[in-house]
Design a protein around this ligand. Structure first.
Ligand code: SF4
Ligand code: SF4
Length: 146
């Protein structure tokens, strides 16, 4: 019989999380919201404008990729208003899948260090998000063309 064991991800039992809607992940000079082709299409439809118009009005190019513009020098996202997302129902995939990004889920250390700016991670009132949900979000990010 083989003694090989199937390695399971470190988050196999799920992880505790609760978004407090503090808005911190929508601000900060160092962050970028990169857009996929679907995000651009959805957001253009949200504003009922053409893709071209949407790109000119709301986006910039960073590291050769299309990203949302900032509203101000603090680095607030252009869609942040009174700590709320103005396009919540159509927010980009990157926003919808946070904090279940491949980079963050890569290790427990990364997950714990993300706590520095996201108070929802391991929040005392958080519910356990199951492994399948985490994995689904990771897959979506891996398949995104953003
Ligand atoms: S930083 Fe975390 S807790 Fe705050 S709004 Fe973003 S996801 Fe929610
Ligand atoms: S699109 Fe919405 S959720 Fe995403 S960073 Fe901007 S304000 Fe936050």
């Amino acid at each position: 019989m083989s003694s090989l064991k199937v390695l399971k991800p470190w988050y196999e039992k799920g992880l505790k999380f609760k978004c407090t809607e503090c808005g911190k992940c929508c601000t900060g000079k160092d962050g970028y919201v990169f857009l996929s082709t679907d995000d651009i299409k959805n957001l253009s439809q949200h504003f009922k404008i053409s893709v071209q118009e949407f790109l000119e009005k709301f986006t910039r190019v960073e590291y050769g990729k299309i990203a949302l513009k900032n509203l101000n020098r603090k680095g607030d996202c252009i869609f942040l208003s009174n700590k709320k997302c103005m396009v919540y129902k159509n927010r980009p995939l990157q926003c919808r899948t946070f904090p279940w990004w491949p980079r963050i889920m890569d290790s427990k250390e990364e997950w714990e260090s993300t706590q520095e700016y996201c108070e929802g991670i391991e929040h005392e009132n958080g519910e356990t998000v199951p492994f399948d949900t985490i994995q689904e979000n990771i897959e979506k990010m891996l398949q995104s063309d953003a």
